[in-house]
Design a protein around this ligand. Structure first.
Ligand SMILES: Nc1ncnc2c1ncn2[C@@H]1O[C@H](COP(=O)(O)OP(=O)(O)O)[C@@H](O)[C@H]1O
Ligand SMILES: [Mg+2]
Length: 230
């Protein structure tokens, strides 16, 4: 479904991603692991079109989209929940969600029930300002909003970062349900057990290069942990 080929991405003169190859098949969940600063967020931004590669190629459902604009990528079915969430803090939860619907070209004034099937807690928060929610609630809102654009592939950048354990469980549950509906997922995550329970395949990045990849079934969490802590 998604194919990243020999991708090189730089900030100014400094090359960050070096020849990255990565694939996500239809309906599959893939986790991208690696320590802070290795280039994981840079890769997701490049897939979304927020950074221009120096070279390399991106394809989605067989079509080259290396030079497409971010909004075209979203329309093709790529949804991105950035690290740190980036909801609209001054807007209500309801209005944040309605914006998700507007992005899919629909002009609703009620929030579809499907949102509450995944995130029941949002129902009682509809009129609160996004910025007044807890980190975990904001993460739920950010994921719910992107889902309303009907992505076929969801890019999630550290959805558990800085979130309390009880809400992490709710988010994990929701992401499993999203996967069960056939949405493919590319997950960047530091919380290894969370990533392992969800993912079919993994990639480990170090200094902008993929140093290890494979099926999560073929490798134990402990073995991957060793890769990450060496
Ligand atoms: N806007 C930027 N300008 C210059 N360098 C950046 C920028 N964003 C990130 N970097 C650098 O790129 C490298 C990779 O960052 P990032 O992709 O955010 O890593 P990760 O998500 O794996 O923690 C880091 O060395 C970081 O300092
Ligand atoms: Mg990051």
């Amino acid at each position: 479904m998604l194919s990243v080929n020999k991708l090189n991405v730089a900030y100014g003169e400094s090359l960050i991603l070096r020849g990255v190859d990565l694939n996500v098949a239809e309906g599959e969940a893939v986790c991208l692991l690696g320590r802070n600063g290795v280039g994981k967020t840079t890769l997701l931004k490049s897939i979304m079109g927020l950074l221009k590669p120096k070279s390399g190629r991106l394809t989605f459902e067989g079509a080259d989209f290396t030079h497409r604009r971010p909004d075209e990528r979203a329309q093709q079915g790529i949804g991105y929940v950035p690290q740190g969430r980036e909801i609209f803090p001054q807007l209500s939860v309801r209005d944040n969600l309605i914006l998700g619907l507007a992005a899919r070209g629909q002009d609703f004034d009620t929030v579809p029930e499907e949102v509450y099937d995944l995130f029941p807690a949002l129902k009682d928060l509809l009129h609160r300002k996004g910025g007044d929610l807890s980190g975990g609630q904001q993460q739920q809102l950010a994921i719910a909003r992107i889902l309303l654009t009907r992505p076929k592939l969801l890019l999630l950048d550290e959805p558990t970062e800085g979130i309390q354990p009880s809400i992490i469980d709710e988010i994990e549950d929701a992401i499993h349900k999203i996967k069960a509906t056939g949405v493919a997922i590319l997950l960047v995550e530091q919380y290894l057990q969370f990533a392992w329970r969800l993912s079919d395949n993994y990639y480990v990045m170090e200094k902008g290069t993929i140093i290890s990849q494979g099926s999560t079934e073929a490798l134990s969490e402990e073995e991957v942990q060793q890769h990450l802590t060496v």
